[in-house]
Structures are given as C-alpha cells and as structure tokens.
Design a protein around this ligand. Structure first.
Ligand code: HEC
Ligand code: HEC
Length: 219
C-alpha cells in the first residue's frame, strides 16, 4: 500500500513536471516575439536621419571625420542597441550627445532598419598586417583562450544580426582600433557579459592594429 502511494506521488510529480515544461514551451513560443526589439520600418527611418547626415551620411558610410563609424549595412539589432546605449549614456559617445533625443523607441528602430538596409562599406587591408590579423581573426588566441573573432562576427565579417553581433568588414580601421582599445581599457563597457572587454584585454597594440586593418578588408 505504502509503495503504491509513493509510486503514485512519483508518477503525478513526473506528470506535473511534463505538463509544466510543455506549458512553458507553449508560453515561450507565444511570448518570444514580444521579447524581440520593435520592428523597424526603413522607409519611416529615412525620414528621421536629417540630424545624422553631417557625420554618417545618407548611406551611413560617409565617415570622412576621424573616428566616425560606418553604419550603413551594419546589423539592425546591433544598431538599435547602440542607439539605446548611447541615448541612455550606457555607452559614452561625446559627439553623439543630444543627437538621439528627438527619437523615440520606434523612431530608433526605424532608423536602425534604414541604415541596416544600406550597402556595407568595402575597405582594403594593409598587406603587411594581413598575416597576423587573419590568424587572430580566424583562429583566436589559443594560448590565452580567446575565441576566434570569426565565431561571432562571421568568417566574412558581416556579423550576425539575430544575435546582435556587429559587422566589422569595411569599417574604418581607425574607428575599430579605437573601439578595441576602449573595450580593453574598460572605457567602453556596454558589451553584455563583458564579451568584448574580456577578449580585448588580451590583445596587444600590435594585434589590435593588425585586426583593425584586416577586418576592414574582409568581404
Ligand atoms: C557630430 C557627428 C555625429 C552625428 C551628427 C551623429 N553621429 Fe552617430 N556617431 C558619431 C561618432 C563619433 C560615433 C562613435 C562614438 C564612439 O567613439 O564610440 C557614433 C556612433 C554611432 C553609432 C554606433 C555605431 C557602432 O558601430 O557602434 C550609431 C548607431 C550612430 N552613431 C547612429 C547615429 C544616428 C542614428 C544619428 C542621427 C540621429 C547620428 N548617429 C548622428 C558621430 C555622430
Ligand atoms: C563571443 C562573441 C564575440 C567574439 C568571439 C568577438 N566578438 Fe566582437 N563583439 C561581440 C558583441 C556582442 C559586440 C557588441 C557589443 C555591444 O553590445 O556593444 C561586439 C563588438 C565588437 C566591436 C565594436 C564594433 C563597433 O561597430 O563599434 C569590435 C571592433 C569587435 N567586436 C571586434 C572583435 C574582434 C577583433 C574579435 C576577435 C579578437 C571579436 N570582436 C570577438 C561579440 C564577439
């Protein structure tokens, strides 16, 4: 009698667990779309970029001013996260001060969609930096356990939009260098789980210069 009672309890516990798991999966499936960022409308975004033109240009890739990133063709989710982070001060970007104040969340999603829809810039690596840059980019830094950049930023540097990983190819090398150094010093600290700070902490100046040149030529 006692055994049966125990067995029944185990059975109903298992059943409860199965039902709970099944319910959780259904709930996740229903609510997952709500957790993603607001859908951007590129055409509506094009109406909101007047203030951006002076520095980023119509296609996002003007970058004639030093240290202004190319944002045309950049992954959408990444662009939106950076706009939020810059607007709220989580990422320090002095030249961008006030630039996003007139944009609400939907406007920012629209502008992100607009710039993401533009073509990615193309650059060229300095030949003497390719060997070191390529090794670090594709193989990582085995002896110190740093992951290969290609694992997240993709083999051709186009990033992975769904995961919020930015494209690096075609980027102005001076800008990339500045960002890697900012992650290394902790001045830029808006990367979730310190993913870039922990990697950049292991890079020397020479490695950063090689990587920045190498990725600009990726396509
Ligand atoms: C006065 C020049 C200037 C203007 C105007 C400007 N930006 Fe920027 N923007 C910059 C600079 C410089 C950075 C890099 C900041 C840093 O060093 O971290 C930047 C960074 C960004 C980034 C992050 C890019 C990346 O690869 O991480 C986004 C996104 C961005 N700007 C969007 C915009 C949008 C949208 C507008 C218009 C609403 C705008 N910017 C207006 C200068 C400008
Ligand atoms: C585990 C995934 C991962 C790996 C590996 C990785 N990155 Fe990143 N990287 C990210 C993420 C995520 C961001 C965006 C952080 C944020 O939200 O600001 C980023 C941002 C960057 C940026 C800033 C881009 C911009 O437009 O401002 C650069 C530059 C960069 N990574 C270079 C590298 C290089 C070079 C390597 C290899 C040495 C590397 N990353 C390895 C995930 C990764």
């Amino acid at each position: 009698m006692k055994n049966t009672a125990v067995n029944t309890t185990i059975f109903s516990n298992t059943l409860f667990l199965k039902t709970a798991v099944a319910a959780a999966i259904v709930l996740l499936a229903v609510f997952a779309p709500l957790q993603t960022f607001a859908q951007g409308d590129a055409a509506a975004g094009a109406e909101k970029i007047t203030v951006c033109l002076a520095c980023h240009g119509q296609d996002g890739n003007m970058s004639q001013l030093p240290n202004v990133p190319k944002i045309g063709g950049q992954t959408e989710k990444y662009l939106l996260k950076q706009m939020h982070d810059i607007k709220t001060g989580l990422r320090a970007a002095p030249l961008m001060t006030g630039m996003l104040n007139a944009l609400n969340d939907q406007d920012m999603a629209n502008v992100a969609a607009y710039y993401a829809s533009q073509p990615l810039a193309q650059g060229a690596a300095e030949p003497e930096k390719v060997a070191l840059g390529e090794t670090l980019y594709k193989a990582g830094i085995a002896e110190i356990g740093a992951a290969a950049c290609s694992a997240c930023h993709s083999p051709n540097g186009e990033g992975l939009s769904s995961a919020g990983y930015p494209a690096l190819s075609g980027q102005d090398p001076a800008y990339t260098e500045l960002q890697l150094k900012a992650f290394r010093s902790g001045m830029r600290n808006n990367d979730d789980a310190q993913v870039m700070r922990s990697i950049a902490a292991r890079l020397s100046d020479e490695e950063i210069a090689a990587l920045s040149s190498y990725v600009s030529g990726l396509r």
